[in-house]
Ligand binder design. Structure first.
Ligand code: PLP
Length: 402
């Protein structure tokens, strides 16, 4: 097949972001299919025994086993690398496989890391419960406070990790400023960019070393599959992360890789449309509830920083209702259109109560320190008509007396 340009960086790096998202990494078979093929295979066959020996020895390129490489997964990896402006990328079975793999591959017993405390619940479980069992210490800081990042550094600090915007408090971390603090001390910076995606925020351009994803969310975009991705410099991805993935096996299925490939084709359009809708709903909610935490609204304490480092504020935000957990749950139960779901980044609008769902695995004290209140509700705005979303929220708020 002549035009297999999606894998040829001399051509693909000339493409702009939208083109990379549609065509980057595409690898056509001799059939010339337009849509990426799903290589649903665990193994590979060889013309002769010497070829397989050379592939195992790394002397010639080529697949050996789908725990190590698969064409459909490699298409996705190359596409994400191009979209991020990264040298390399590896995809994994879920977002948490990506987050935990980065930490376990990069850190050893005796090392220390610093995390912004407002992070995805399971990520905090890994840093607070799993890593200490292997002699890796973690300090949680207020990600918005640069002095806390500076003060948390120890002689053995190897990694800074943060989400921005953070789930579900919508705290923003100044990516460039935190990277500068880290790099003065030779510390690697990992950004979980799930809420923004490359369509809205490019952490590597702002100085981060590694960007990590739950591709489950906006990158799939239709709530179909779990997937994770980590992109960064070739040395870290190929020599630190790759051996960890291939030997522990949290590999992404070729089918799931294909689902995400298809999702990426429309990521930019969806991210723009859903961001605009979320801003509209958020501004309206400010007239109805005591507190809205939306990075795109002027009421957000870090609004200026949001405008400086993000193209748009994204489709997810939180708000608080009076009456604590009881009122928050009653509100969810009164919804007629928006689904009660702890997922995000779907074309369908979804709402959840973080304290009892996504953040229930962390202690009430840590939760309170993170600012996850009992009356907090998180919404992921989808692609429905915005007026229908406002109407549904309005009738639900009214029916529970809010
Ligand atoms: C969902 C999510 C994860 C974990 O992704 P999974 O695919 O569910 O494992 C990690 N970080 C953030 C910010 C998320 O939203």
């Amino acid at each position: 097949m002549k035009r297999t340009t999606g894998q040829d960086r001399t051509i693909t790096t000339k493409w702009r972001a939208a083109t990379r998202a549609v065509r980057g990494g595409t690898w056509r078979s001799e059939q010339g299919e337009t849509s990426e093929a799903i290589y649903m295979t665990s193994g590979y066959c060889y013309d002769d025994a010497e070829t397989v020996a050379d592939r195992f020895a790394g002397k010639i390129p080529g697949m050996t086993y789908s725990r190590t490489q698969n064409p459909s997964v490699q298409m996705l990896e190359e596409r994400i690398a191009l979209m991020e402006g990264a040298e390399a990328c590896r995809c994994m079975a879920s977002g948490m496989a990506a987050m935990s793999s980065v930490m376990l591959a990069a850190l050893s017993a005796g090392d220390h890391m610093v995390i912004a405390k407002a992070a995805f619940g399971p990520t905090r479980w890994v840093t607070d419960n799993l890593l200490p069992r292997f002699g890796i210490a973690c300090t949680a800081v207020d990600g918005a406070d640069l002095n806390q990042w500076r003060d948390a550094i120890q002689p053995n600090t190897k990694l800074f990790f943060f989400e921005t915007p953070a789930n579900p408090t919508m705290d923003i971390v100044d990516i460039r400023a935190v990277c500068d603090i880290a790099h003065e001390r030779g510390i690697r910076v990992v950004v979980d960019n799930a809420f923004a995606t490359s369509a809205l925020q490019k952490p590597l351009e702002l100085g981060a070393d590694v960007v990590a994803y739950a591709a489950t969310k906006l990158m799939d975009g239709s709530g179909r599959t779990l997937a994770g991705a980590v992109a960064g410099d070739a040395n870290f991805i190929n020599t630190v992360l790759h051996p960890y993935i291939r030997n522990t096996g949290n590999t992404l299925s070729p089918f799931n890789a294909w689902v995400v490939l298809k999702g990426l084709e429309t990521l930019d359009l969806r991210a723009q449309a859903q961001s605009a809708a979320a801003l509209d709903v958020g501004a309206w909610l400010e007239t109805r509830v005591p507190r809205v935490l939306h990075p795109g609204l002027p009421s957000h304490p870090q609004h200026a920083l949001v405008q400086a480092q993000m193209k748009a504020a994204g489709s997810i935000f939180s708000f608080e209702v009076d009456g604590g957990r009881e009122a928050a749950m009653a509100l969810l139960n009164a919804l007629e259109l928006i689904d009660i779901s702890n997922n995000i980044g779907d074309a369908k609008s979804l709402m959840t109560h973080p304290a009892s769902t996504t953040h229930s695995s962390i202690s009430p004290e840590t939760r309170a320190a993170m600012g996850v209140t009992e009356g907090m509700v998180r919404i992921s705005v989808g692609l429905e008509d915005v007026q229908d979303l406002k109407d549904d929220l309005d009738q639900a708020l009214r029916s529970v007396g809010l």
